[in-house]
Design a protein around this ligand. Sequence first.
Ligand SMILES: N[C@@H](CCC(=O)N[C@@H](CS)C(=O)NCC(=O)O)C(=O)O
Length: 214
Amino acid sequence: MLKIVIGNKKYSSWSMRPWLALQITGAPFVEILIGLDQPDTAQQIRKYSPSGRVAALLDGETTVWDSLAICEYLNEKFPQAQLWPKEARQRALARSISAEMHSGFGNLRNDCSMKILKTYPPKPLRAETQADVDRIVELWTDCLQKSSGPFLFGAKPCIADAMYAPVVSRFRTYSIPLAGPAQAYCETVWAWPLVQKWAEGAKAEALRAKRYED
Ligand SMILES: N[C@@H](CCC(=O)N[C@@H](CS)C(=O)NCC(=O)O)C(=O)O
């Protein structure tokens, strides 16, 4: 059976993404959860993931690490799950915005780390962080206009939605004001039962990682 190695559901945005993609496939899997910021975290992660980072996917003799690589692997393994849009131009766009998330938005990631269970009052963002928010709103709006929503590429969530789900969580946690379609998209993603399932898992976690909380 497939195994996915993840960090705390409260904080680990890079774990949430491939976990959602795996859940979309409907395949049974075992979850190995490693508490972040514990004395033996690095040692525990290295047992499974050569990069020393989560997430990792174990499929028999095959190990795949890094969130986007896991999503691509799952797309190949479960073609019937349609983890990317069917149409080539949409697929190109979905891959581009997923890669943009994977390699970018460092200011948002640094200033607004994922704490899925918390909500803070709004406060002004640094200009660079606001620029990340504006770019995300721009690309969501473009995708939603082209697809008619409610997910980025139409009626069903795909890898691109999994890649942006932790961003939705951040926008909620930090009460970042959004206009029209972007706000509606956040509500769609938050109501997505798999996102709720992840958040329920976060609530059930006893472990608290100081570095991620402070
Ligand atoms: N580019 C990687 C980033 C993975 C990453 O940074 N994961 C963090 C947790 S969210 C991690 O493993 N940190 C190790 C640690 O905190 O010891 C991916 O997309 O999977």
